[in-house]
Write a protein that binds this ligand. Sequence first.
Ligand code: PLP
Length: 361
Amino acid sequence: MKEVKVNRELLTLKAYSPGKSSEEVKREYGLTKIVKLASNENPYGSSPLVREAISSLENFAVYPDGAAVTLREKVAKLLEVDEHQLIFTSGLDELIQIISRAMLSEDSNTVMAAETFSQYRHHAVIQKAEIREVPLKDGCHDLNAMAAQIDERTQVVWICNPNNPTGTYVNREELQAFLKMVPPHALVVLDEAYYEYAAADDYPDTIPLLDRYKNLLIMRTFSKAYGLAAFRIGYGIADAGLIKQLDVARLPFNTSALAQTAAIAALQDQTFVEKCVSENVNELQKFYDICKRHNFEYYPSQGNFIFIRIPGKESADVFQYLLEKGFVVRPFPNGIRITVGTKEQNEELFQLLEKMVLVTQ
Ligand SMILES: *Cc1c(COP(=O)(O)O)cnc(C)c1O
């Protein structure tokens, strides 16, 4: 008897695991409180306007607006782009899936950094595309090396800016020089999930580049600075012709009425976002200070997270130490990524890190 079988590419992958739930961690280590600094969520929550807006939603029996008409109008106006240049998705995770499904196959390759956001690779594997990973250089995208990997079969090039997990960024000049090197048949996807947080003067303003580069797609999300990760909503901005083609691979009702309503309300409260962003800049500085004081290695970050390596310590051990104290961070082979929390959360975390290095010196 033959068994059902999924495509063999799937056997080489694991389903996404968010790690242990807060409840599990509490029970396992007998803790009363968990501080989750593992997924770069907004530690200040979201605008109060969101709660108000979603509580007025009434008719649950009808499908949501598949074209996200109202949200589309608002975002188009805010960004000064044409409404046809936008595609709304169930978070950027879905947009990455749509792009991959629409553009990658066994006849093509895709170029990305390593280490970067894991979903680019995940969907490329499912699509059977050849994956060309280019190691980061000092934590940054090595754009010259990436350009050298592009050939006539390259369909998508992924640039995560700022990069998750390192927090480093590609500046205006570097990006422009790179775009000039990319042939017009290769789509450059700029993942700007942390766009609102990026504070560097030379962080690129990419929307105006869309007029010149038809092979550019910018991704933004409501999950991070807007604090709406629970609702699942993000969007892509690109040439209207490309958006029309990608839209074919989108599910009819991919963003819920709740998500659209929440996003519209969140857009109205830019003051909330600005406050979160300025707190993040202040708190990041404190992370830098602690790192310098104890000779921890780190990358200056343009996101709401920081990548740290503590010399002489395995990242798995640092992760475990913090976990047992109730702080959940994200371990990588060569360091840990910590979401920048509130002032109080960070102070507690700093104390734990200091205690750890003092005890073991
Ligand atoms: C969080 C994150 C995403 C996914 O965001 P969603 O919109 O919540 O799916 C995409 N890219 C990067 C770099 C991220 O950090």
